[in-house]
Design a protein. Structure first.
Lengths: 133, 396
C-alpha cells in the first residue's frame, strides 16, 4: 500500500509545494499561449511552450463536490468524516480539488464562491484548502 | 461493413472475495488466467497447442507484476504464440484488446487471438491501490478517497444539473441484481428492492454502497478469430460489427472540460458508424458500471437517450432481460463482480453469450445485435482516460 504523506514532492511539483509553504497558490502557465495548467505537466499541452509558475487569485466557484461519509482508504481523512471535498473552477480556468472548510456543509452548492486558504499541517507543509467567501 | 472477425468462444471462472469462512476460492492470477484459457479453448475443442503461431493477449492484473508478465503468462500456459499483446487499459482492457487483435487478424499475421483477463488482487494485497499515479500526490492530502470520491463528484453534478434522482440509479442496481440472481457466476445473487437501495449507506454523497461495484478475484477469456476460422470452430460465432476508442477525450475544453460527457461519445459514434447500425437497432447493452452513475452516463453518451435524460430514460424503460432494452444482463460490476482490470471482459462475454443464445435463465429473446462500452481510469480532472465501445452481431 502507498505511503501516506502530505506533500510527496518531485522535481516537477516541487515549486508548487515550496509556494504553499509561503501560503502562495501557484500553477503553471504557458509563456507562449498563456494557458494555465493543473495538474503540473512538463510542457504546455496546447502549444508545447515553456511553462512558468504563476500566482493565482485563489478565487473560484464550486464546479462539483461530494460529502465523504466513509473514507475507505484515505488514512489522512478517515477520522474527519463527514467532510466536503470540492472541485473548484478557479477564475483563471483550471480546476483544483480540496476540502471546503465549513461547519455548515449545506452552504456549499455548485456555483458557490470560495477562495483558497492554507492549513499548516506541520512545520514544513501547508496545504491549500477552500473557504466560503 | 463486414470486419471478417468474430468471437468464437469465451470462458469465465468462478469469482471470489477470498472468504475462507464461506468456502471461497483462493487462487493466484496465473491460476485464474490458466483456468479461463482452458474454459475458453475447451468450448471449441482446442488445446493450448492450437495457439502455437497464433496470438495471445493479456490484460494486466492491477497489482505489481514484472515488465514481461505477458510472456510469463505464455510460459505458465505452455503457449508458444507468434504475437503477444498486453493491455494496461484497466477497465477498457477487453475492447482495447479486441481492437488490437482485430488488426493482427485482418493483416493476416494470425488467425486467432486468445484474450485473457483477471487476477487476484484481493488475495495479493487487499483492496486495490490507486490505479494510476499521475496527480496522486494531489488527491489524498486533499481529501480524495479514490474512485468513490471522483464518481461521487460526477454524480453530484449530474444530479444538480439534470435533476437526476437516486431512484434512477436505484433502478439500475435493482434490475442488475435481478440479472445477477439468474447468473450462476455472479458474486451477489440475493435480489434487492428499491427500499434496500435507498436504505444502503451513503459513501460519497450522493452515491450509496449499492451504487458501487463489488470487487472480486477471478479470470475471464474469449477467443477472437477471423470469420472463416470462427466458423470452423463454432456454429454460432458472434461477429464484430464495429469498434471505436478514445483516449483522454475532454468535451468542449481541455482546461475546463464538461465532465458529464465521456470518451464513450466519440468511441460509440465510431463503432456505430463502422457497423452501419444505430442505437435503436441494438437488442442488448452492457455498459461498464464500476459506479451506477457511469452506466447512466454511457447510456447518454452512446445515444440511447439524450444527454441529461438518462435518469428519466431508466425510469421509463424496462431494462430487464425481458424488457425493451436489456441492460447489463450479467448483473454487471455492481452485482456479478468487478475483475481486476478486466471488468470489461464481463461486458464483452455477456453480450457474446446472449448473442450466441447461451444465457440460460436470463436469455434475451431474439437478441441479434449487442453494444458494449467501457472505460479505464477516472482522471484527477474527472475525465475518463481509456474509453471504448463495440457493436456485435449474431450474423456475419
Amino acid at each position: 500500500m502507498g505511503e501516506e504523506k502530505h506533500s510527496p514532492s518531485n522535481p516537477l511539483t516541487q515549486p508548487f509545494w515550496e509556494a504553499t509553504r509561503k501560503h502562495k497558490f501557484v500553477m503553471q502557465r504557458c509563456s507562449n499561449c498563456k494557458r494555465f495548467h493543473w495538474l503540473p505537466v512538463p510542457r504546455c499541452q496546447t502549444c508545447g511552450g515553456d511553462l512558468e509558475w504563476e500566482e493565482l487569485s485563489g478565487k473560484g466557484s464550486v464546479y462539483t463536490y461530494t460529502v465523504v461519509n466513509r473514507a475507505v482508504r484515505n488514512k489522512l481523512f478517515a477520522d474527519k468524516v463527514p467532510y466536503l471535498v470540492a472541485m473548484v473552477e478557479l477564475d483563471e480556468g483550471p480546476r483544483f480539488i480540496a476540502p471546503v472548510q465549513t461547519k455548515d456543509l449545506e452552504k456549499v452548492r455548485i456555483g458557490t464562491r470560495v477562495e483558497v486558504t492554507f492549513e499548516d499541517v506541520d512545520a514544513e507543509t501547508s496545504l491549500p484548502r477552500f473557504k466560503l467567501v | 461493413m463486414s470486419l471478417d472477425v468474430a468471437i468464437a468462444s469465451y470462458g469465465e471462472t468462478p469469482v471470489s472475495r477470498c472468504r475462507k469462512d464461506k468456502g471461497e476460492l483462493i487462487l493466484t492470477a496465473e491460476q485464474y488466467l490458466s483456468w479461463a484459457a482452458k474454459l475458453t479453448l475447451d468450448k471449441v475443442g482446442l488445446t493450448i497447442r492450437d495457439l502455437d503461431g497464433q496470438g495471445l493477449a493479456i490484460s494486466g492484473p492491477l497489482v505489481q507484476v514484472s515488465e514481461l508478465w505477458t510472456g510469463e503468462i505464455a510460459e505458465v500456459l505452455g503457449a508458444s504464440p507468434k504475437i503477444l499483446i498486453r493491455s494496461d487499459h484497466a477497465g477498457a482492457s477487453a475492447p482495447m484488446l479486441i481492437t488490437q487483435a482485430t488488426q493482427q487478424i485482418r493483416s493476416g499475421l494470425v488467425d486467432m487471438v486468445l484474450c485473457l483477463g483477471g487476477g487476484a488482487r484481493i488475495w495479493e494485497e487487499g483492496m486495490m491501490f490507486s490505479p494510476h499515479q499521475f496527480g496522486y500526490e494531489f488527491e489524498r492530502p486533499f481529501g480524495m478517497d479514490g474512485p468513490n470520491t471522483k464518481f461521487g463528484m460526477v454524480a453530484r453534478r449530474h444530479f444538480d444539473l439534470y435533476g437526476t434522482k437516486p431512484e434512477s440509479l436505484g433502478k439500475l442496481a435493482v434490475t442488475q441484481r435481478l440479472h445477477a440472481s439468474l447468473n450462476p457466476n455472479a458474486y451477489l445473487k440475493q435480489p434487492i428492492t428499491m427500499k434496500d437501495y435507498l436504505d444502503s449507506k451513503i459513501i460519497c454523497d450522493p452515491l450509496r454502497m449499492l451504487d458501487c461495484s463489488i470487487v472480486v478475484d477471478g479470470g475471464a477469456g474469449f477467443l477472437i478469430a477471423s470469420a472463416k476460422k470462427a466458423k470452423e470452430l463454432t456454429d454460432n460465432p458472434v461477429s464484430l460489427k464495429g469498434f471505436g476508442t478514445a483516449i483522454n477525450y475532454r468535451e468542449k475544453s481541455d482546461v475546463s472540460p464538461d465532465i458529464l460527457v465521456t470518451g464513450v461519445k466519440p468511441a460509440s459514434r465510431t463503432a456505430f458508424e463502422m457497423s452501419g447500425l444505430k442505437p435503436k437497432d441494438v437488442s442488448i447493452v452492457h455498459c461498464y458500471d464500476d459506479y451506477s452513475i457511469m452506466a447512466l452516463i454511457q447510456l447518454e453518451d452512446a445515444g440511447f437517450c439524450e444527454k441529461g435524460k438518462g435518469g428519466k430514460f431508466i425510469e421509463e424503460t424496462d431494462l430487464s432481460y425481458r424488457g425493451r432494452l436489456p441492460f447489463n444482463t450479467s448483473g454487471g460490476l455492481l452485482s456479478a463482480g468487478q475483475l481486476p482490470a478486466a471488468g470489461s471482459f464481463t461486458g464483452v462475454i455477456e453480450v457474446v453469450r446472449q448473442l450466441k443464445g447461451e444465457a440460460g435463465a436470463r436469455q434475451v429473446k431474439d437478441a441479434r445485435t449487442g453494444f458494449m462500452s467501457s472505460f479505464g481510469g477516472g482522471s484527477y480532472d474527472l475525465h475518463l482516460i481509456n474509453t471504448a465501445a463495440i457493436v456485435f452481431g449474431s450474423e456475419s
